[in-house]
Design a protein around this ligand. Structure first.
Ligand code: SAM
Length: 281
């Protein structure tokens, strides 16, 4: 039984970290004409109006997209400015932030005629919301398990594959299931670009994911972490957001570091960002 609903967390600092990385990766992939299959294993609703009662309950976007939006005219990073322009274009009124787009929206933006997008969502209510979104015809919405879906899809018919794995980690076993899915995927598509999001929680369950991938034999795994506050100060709750990128595009490290140098001061005095190889070439 799934209970997680991303609407409670939409636009928080972890979404910024995840979607900015996603934006940078897909932007780079567009440099070649060859077709790409994009897979979003845990799609969510696709678009989050900030005024809904779910999003208003925790208002996590106030420690995420909101301070960035307020500072949008003073940002000075190529990546962040391009990302912000896309966010402005997602608003019905350019001067007002009323909705935050989820990964299906960010993945729909770079789609070209030759590309495909598979969006998996297992929660019937969230899938229903996703069905109601206007998305390009290359986007296919699938009501089902995204990890099993990705395993069943590979090898894909297009020359390139780019996947986002963004579970809610409601079950501790999901960390290991992600490792197994990634190992299977990389064995079938060696050059796949795979992004995996994970939460930083005091319990440290993400180490199952990191250790599992470190020991998997997969090379070129890049990691970045955005911390809202130091670990273990409050003993509970997510203090940071992690992203792994397998086969990261050239320049991703520098572009994200430049963007994060603008972002961390806006997220608060204790916010930090660090990145580097989990497993090198
Ligand atoms: N990727 C989305 C974004 O960035 O906007 C947010 C996704 S949210 C963190 C995780 C979503 O995965 C939830 O909507 C949940 O219902 C869904 N979910 C949980 N287990 C799943 C599974 N095995 N397969 C597909 N979706 C699943």
């Amino acid at each position: 039984m799934l209970s997680y609903q991303h609407a409670y967390h939409a636009g928080n600092f972890a979404d910024i970290h995840k979607h900015l990385t996603l934006y940078a990766v897909t932007d780079y992939l567009l440099r070649k004409k060859t077709a790409i299959t994009y897979v979003d294993t845990h799609a969510g609703r696709g678009l989050y109006p900030l005024a809904t009662k779910e999003t208003q309950r925790l208002q996590e976007y106030r420690e995420g997209v909101w301070p960035l939006w307020q500072a949008r005219r003073d940002l000075n990073s190529v990546l962040l400015n391009a990302w912000m322009e896309a966010l402005v274009n997602a608003q019905p009124e350019a001067d007002e932030l009323t909705r935050y787009p989820g990964s299906p929206w960010w993945l729909s933006q770079p789609l070209r005629e030759q590309d495909r997008l598979k969006l998996y969502e297992l929660h019937p209510g969230e899938h229903g919301h996703l069905e109601g979104q206007a998305l390009p015809k290359q986007a296919q919405r699938i009501y089902g398990d995204g990890l099993a879906g990705l395993r069943g899809l590979v090898p894909v018919p297009t020359p390139r594959l780019c996947a986002l794995i963004d579970p809610s980690y409601e079950r501790k076993t999901e960390y290991q299931e992600v490792v197994e899915t990634v190992v299977h995927t990389m064995a079938k598509v060696r050059h796949a670009v795979v992004m995996i999001w994970y939460p930083l929680l005091p319990a440290g369950h993400h180490h199952t994911l990191l250790t599992g991938l470190e020991e998997s034999g997969i090379r070129k795994i890049w990691r970045s972490e955005l911390l809202l506050r130091p670990p273990n100060q409050q003993g509970h709750g997510m203090y940071g957001s992690g992203m792994l990128v397998i086969n990261p595009p050239w320049g991703l490290d520098e572009h994200l570091a430049a963007a994060m140098a603008h972002i961390t001061p806006l997220l608060g005095k204790e916010s930090r960002y660090h990145a580097g190889w989990l497993v090198e070439e």
